[in-house]
Design a protein around this ligand. Structure first.
Ligand code: GDP
Ligand code: GDP
Length: 455
């Protein structure tokens, strides 16, 4: 590193920054209008999670990356909830159930100006049952005169209320310090089931693609493991299913089986459920209805799984209904619409007839293997050296930026840091990614490449 002009500490810092494992998850919950979205905006320091004035506007993005005092974590925003879909208590409870389940710690937001309501008390009971660390945020304390309102919230029995003005930023720093204390360094769900627990699968896809049919098929035909498996705590929304001789944990199956059909807000509900399931899983099996055109909604779900950095298998369901013409068009659609997961193993199944169910497990295992692949530094640099020599970066402004060396900083998914003498263009990065895949596999996994440029 030193002879290439990089400072050793700089190199080590870049590797450490890129090599972080899965991030802990913080859920922001509370009744509608208490200021959850405003608080999320404050925490992520962006205007991305726009506060909607219009009710019923669906937002499909619910998780964001955040950083405070040098620590990174994910934030799940439940603020997009449409309040009159299920009635206030039911909707807040359902929302809280998903969010708490996926989280490592929770910020419970209460409107200090209003005080604790019955709905708030109901959420407190849910929180007690879940046993996750909770930070109580007494929001809308815009000035010192509001502090007394915040103090009343001691009555909730959740410990110290943190007076905050999400709108103006007052008190958010102290609250985030408390959040960092509550958050574990890594998600509680250790990846790879450190204690030999079953691997976790999220079965996701838009409504009616056949998720519950598929789940029933695999659960009925194979033995459903009802007994406790050593080293696992059974979560009522997760289900242990034996497939191909291996026990797997299908996460959030209650959400699939419950099949809540809502008219309003259903998309948001589905997005939150999907995001929560993806966070809990190691591998996402994305189910797509092959009988219909691939939709924007299918693509959003794919993007969610890719951005979460999960291993991915794409399963095309309802294969029993396809005629030759549809099969032809499907292949064209896959090429144009699903390019972002061209590397994912694919299975063509029918939950109705059971077609190709046996191919599911090998595909999942392939994706998990890709997700865990580690390329030794020596082999990586031999590959990079040859690549740079045979396909140099285009010359820009009379200079030729070069990739000097690289290393794999982490796995699950694979993360690389490349060190370069100048700015490496997007197109060249993609070229490097393609070649990395050709050389080392990475089937079924997103890969991250960050580039560090010499000063
Ligand atoms: P959510 O439904 O819980 O996500 O709530 P929002 O973030 O959409 O906020 C609801 C309303 O409360 C909006 O009009 C916000 O501007 C307002 N609000 C949020 N935080 C504060 C705050 O700290 N102080 C005051 N005065 N208003 C706030
Ligand atoms: P979910 O909303 O994703 O859980 O979808 P469901 O499992 O409820 O399935 C939606 C509809 O598609 C139901 O009417 C199922 O019977 C039907 N379906 C599911 N899988 C298949 C399949 O492989 N072939 C056919 N022909 N229909 C299916």
């Amino acid at each position: 590193a030193a002879e290439e002009g990089f400072d050793v500490e700089d190199v080590e810092g870049a590797i450490e920054a890129a090599g972080h494992g899965p991030l802990p998850v913080l859920a922001i919950i509370g009744r509608p209008n208490v200021g959850k979205s405003t608080l999320v905006n404050r925490i992520i320091g962006r205007r991305e999670a726009v506060v909607e004035d219009k009710p019923g506007v669906t937002r499909d993005r619910v998780t964001y990356e955040a950083e405070w005092a040098g620590r990174r974590f994910k934030v799940v925003d439940t603020g997009g909830w449409e309040q009159d879909v299920l009635g206030i208590d039911a909707s807040v409870a359902a929302q809280a159930e998903y969010a708490i389940d996926a989280a490592d710690a929770v910020v419970f937001v209460v409107d200090a100006k209003v005080g604790a309501t019955d709905t708030d008390e109901a959420v407190v009971r849910l929180l007690r049952k879940a046993g996750k660390p909770v930070v109580l945020c007494a929001n809308k304390v815009d000035g010192p005169s509001g502090e007394a309102d915040a103090a009343y919230l001691w009555s909730l029995g959740l410990g110290e209320p943190h007076p905050v003005s999400a709108l103006h930023g007052r008190g958010t720093g102290d609250m985030l310090d408390a959040v960092l204390e509550a958050l574990p360094d890594a998600p509680a769900q250790t990846f790879g089931g450190g204690v030999g627990g079953p691997r976790r699968i999220a079965l996701i896809g838009r409504p009616n693609v056949g998720k519950s049919s598929l789940l029933n098929k695999v659960a009925n035909e194979e033995r459903v493991v009802v007994d406790e498996v050593a080293g696992t705590t059974r979560d009522p929304v997760d289900e242990l299913i034996e497939l191909g001789g291996i026990t797997w944990k299908f996460v959030d199956t209650a959400g699939i089986r419950k099949r809540v059909h809502l008219q309003q807000g259903a998309d948001y509900y589905a997005s939150l459920r999907t995001a929560a399931a993806v966070e809990k899983a190691e591998v996402a099996v994305i189910l797509i209805d092959a009988s219909e055109s691939i939709s924007v909604q299918d693509q959003r779900i794919v993007t969610m799984a890719v951005e979460a950095g999960r291993a991915i298998v794409v399963a095309f369901n309802k294969w029993d209904t396809l005629d030759e013409e549809r099969r032809y068009y499907l292949e064209r659609e896959i090429e144009t619409e699903l390019g972002q997961v061209a590397w994912a193993p694919r299975v063509n199944v029918s939950a109705l007839t059971g077609r190709h169910m046996e191919k599911l497990v090998p595909a999942i295992e392939t994706a998990l293997a890709g997700w865990e692949t580690r390329v030794p530094t020596g082999r990586l640099n031999a590959f990079l050296g040859e690549l740079v020599a045979s396909h140099p970066h285009p010359i820009r402004g009379g200079k030729q930026p070069r990739i000097l060396f690289g290393t794999q900083a982490g796995t699950k998914p694979p993360r690389f840091v490349l060190f370069a003498s100048g700015f490496i263009e997007h197109g060249y990065r993609r070229f490097v990614e393609r070649r990395l895949r050709e050389q080392f596999g990475f089937e079924g996994t997103p890969i991250h490449i960050s580039v560090r440029v010499r000063e």
